[in-house]
Design a protein around this ligand. Structure first.
Ligand code: NZQ
Ligand code: ZN
Length: 387
């Protein structure tokens, strides 16, 4: 196990009605609030009205319509509003896209140059506005981590920014706010939770037994509760388990002591930059293909353990057979949850850009679980073209 420092500063208010703490949390910083949200789900669910009533004596400036796969243009817009209105604190209400954009707004509002500089050079982030969020979708873990993923449609880049200053000050995680998440989005979000866990689980570190067991528990939680939530969208305990799983999968707890770049995420981010596909759907497509591709003599033991401990597969006479059954179960689970599992289904009709995508992704993947060359990445992408 590698050395690590445990320091997650975000305060998490988990459970029903935790929104009652919002005024006190905002009061720590002031009365001028930038309220950020996405394309309208917060209004349809009634959450927007609850917030406006709760914050009747605050000065609220709004930034709506933050995109799925948020763009740097929204970050620029938000930063300008913060500067113009001398905003004290940002309140982000939504999923990963809104929270990520808001993290970068918090940074860009304290920076004199262009927001994209900070995306390209996260070390330049020195000061940030405080950020509080209300999570409405279980998926990314952005509510308790220091990452933000921002797209630039002009340069065709989608980059992950990491800087410890980006941790939200506090997150309100009320599972009832996820009751309105549609089935396809719920399945996709869960696939992303599983993808974060799988990318962490398959690492080259030895003796990380405790994290491996935590990973297996998160995966089993997703496998247990996703079908339940698809049947009963308002099942509180099922939604609560998925919500907590999303946070635990991406707040560092399972990756402390481990390391190495994630493979499928790097590929997916570039794929999203080219085709603007929802990140979580891209992950569901890539993960089983990546697993098949990196299964070899060196990795088979870990894949067989995954098959047995996560999917309950009994040991087969051939260890490769056990491992392949685990990968198959992963694919079937996503498929049975209604997720599209080929690239053509999400609008990628040909392999036209695969070489460029692979070229951009390969520098990140020389030290991943199994290092992947440009050709390897092209082959993985090609395997996503068919079921
Ligand atoms: O925009 P609105 O109308 O709010 O609708 C959203 C959006 O269409 C909808 N939604 C959210 N909460 C809802 C709801 N619909 C009904 N009821 C609710 N309660 O869901 C759609 C997707 O939302 P989005 O925020 O885009 O999804 P997600 O949370 O999956 O975030 C994806 C973004 O996060 C990045 C991804 O790359 C992508 O840009 N990631 C961020 C990470 C991080 N910060 O650590 C890690 C991840 O691996 C990921 O890369
Ligand atoms: Zn992800």
């Amino acid at each position: 196990m590698k050395n690590f420092v445990y320091n997650i500063p975000t305060k998490l208010y988990f459970g029903k009605d935790q929104i009652k703490n919002l005024p006190d949390l905002l009061n720590l910083f002031g009365k001028r609030v930038l309220l950020t949200y996405g394309g309208g789900s917060v209004k349809r669910s009634g959450l927007y009205n609850t917030i406006i009533e709760l914050l009747a004596d605050y000065e609220i400036v709004e930034l709506a319509n933050i995109e799925v796969n948020p763009r740097v243009d929204s970050v620029r817009q938000g930063a300008t509003l913060c500067k113009e209105h001398q905003i004290d604190v940002i309140l982000a209400v939504g999923g990963g896209s809104v929270i990520d954009a808001s993290k970068m707004i918090a940074a860009a509002s304290k920076y004199d140059g262009d927001a994209w500089d900070l995306v390209k050079h996260p070390k330049r982030i020195e000061e940030v506005l405080p950020l509080i969020d209300i999570l409405t979708l279980s998926a990314t873990g952005s509510e308790m981590n220091a990452s933000a993923v921002i797209s630039n449609t002009i340069t065709k880049e989608k980059l992950n920014v990491y800087n410890k200053k980006l941790y939200p000050h506090a997150s309100i995680c009320d599972p009832t706010y996820t009751f309105s998440v549609p089935k396809n989005q719920t399945a996709a979000g869960t696939a992303d939770i599983m993808a974060h866990t799988i990318e962490t689980y398959f690492s080259i570190e030895d003796d990380v037994y405790i994290q491996d067991k935590l990973c297996e528990s998160i995966l089993k939680t997703c496998i247990h509760y996703l079908p339940m939530v698809l049947q009963e969208p308002e099942n509180y305990d099922a939604r609560a388990n998925l919500m907590w799983a999303s946070t635990l999968a991406q707040n560092g707890i399972i990756s402390f002591g481990k390391g190495g770049p994630w493979s499928s995420h790097h590929i997916e981010h570039i794929l999203s930059a080219y085709y603007d596909i929802p990140h979580a759907v891209g992950m569901a497509i890539l993960i089983p293909r990546w697993m098949n591709y990196v299964l070899n003599q060196n990795t088979v033991k870990q894949f067989a353990v995954y098959a047995e401990n996560v999917w309950g597969i009994t040991q087969q006479s051939d260890i490769f057979k056990t491992a392949r059954l685990g990968i198959r179960e992963t694919y079937e689970f996503f498929s049975n949850s209604g997720l599209p599992l080929t690239l053509p289904e999400v609008g990628v009709k040909s392999n036209e850009h695969f070489s460029e995508i692979a070229e951009l992704a390969s520098p990140y993947l020389t030290k991943s679980y199994i290092s992947l060359s440009k050709d390897d990445i092209i082959r993985i992408l090609e395997s996503c073209m068919n079921p």
